[in-house]
Design a protein around this ligand. Structure first.
Ligand SMILES: CC(C)(COP(=O)(O)OP(=O)(O)OC[C@H]1O[C@@H](n2cnc3c(N)ncnc32)[C@H](O)[C@@H]1OP(=O)(O)O)[C@@H](O)C(=O)NCCC(=O)NCCS
Length: 185
């Protein structure tokens, strides 16, 4: 799996990122909540950072290490968020990561996108999917919206790692989630 296949959710389209997404990537990654919970993001975050993000995504995809989908509005094609499958070659199951543009939050947008990517990830390769058996997800313990997305998408909490996620104000405890292909949704 290298280039992200275009997938259709209930209310979103998942497609490769495009250079025209740069202004909305900048807005999303400059947002206070994104910047807080994803504490490794540069701040201030500008067009150059967004272009570097797209280049780094493409390099990871070419190496087979990750796949990054733009979550887009099916009507306008506007970028609503981003969902990634990372660590594809680790052998312990890819890790799911996501962020939403602030104007797309509160509508279940990312949950819809993650559900569709989970379905794709667990579909056998012979049937056009990615053929994985296990997915992982990590969230800061106190990131309620992110944890709710994980739980809405059928991920089960499997543990807590102390001081494991870098947020803007320092290390936070991480809740670890797993979803197996054999789990009922
Ligand atoms: C996490 C994030 C992607 C969620 O995306 P979203 O599509 O906006 O999700 P929603 O706003 O629909 O919220 C999902 C659920 O969390 C709930 N929620 C949102 N904020 C909440 C809060 N502060 N406390 C409790 N629940 C909250 C919503 O009610 C919703 O629950 P429901 O499905 O039962 O209605 C988004 O908040 C975001 O971009 N955050 C910054 C980046 C980030 O934290 N990424 C994840 C790092 S692990």
């Amino acid at each position: 799996m290298t280039t992200p296949p275009t997938l259709t959710g209930e209310r979103v389209v998942l497609r490769p990122h495009r250079p025209s997404d740069v202004p909305r990537i900048v807005a999303a990654c400059s947002d206070e909540q994104t910047s807080y919970w994803l504490g490794m993001l540069p701040t201030p975050y500008d067009d150059e950072h967004a272009r570097a993000y797209l280049e780094s995504n493409a390099a990871q995809e070419a190496a087979g290490d990750a796949v990054h989908w733009a979550v887009a509005d099916p009507g306008t094609d506007a970028l609503l968020g981003s969902v990634s499958l990372m660590d594809l070659t680790s052998g312990s199951g890819p890790e799911v990561g996501y962020w939403a543009h602030p104007d797309a939050r509160g509508h279940g947008t990312i949950a819809d996108a993650v559900r569709r990517i989970v379905e794709h990830a667990f579909t056998p390769k012979a049937d056009g999917g990615a053929g994985f058996g296990k997915l992982r997800l990590e969230s800061a313990w106190d990131n309620a919206a992110s944890r709710r997305v994980a739980e809405r998408c059928g991920f089960r909490e499997v543990g807590l790692e102390r001081h494991a996620i870098i947020c803007r104000d320092g290390l936070h405890d991480a809740v670890k989630y797993v979803r197996l292909v054999t789990d009922l949704s």
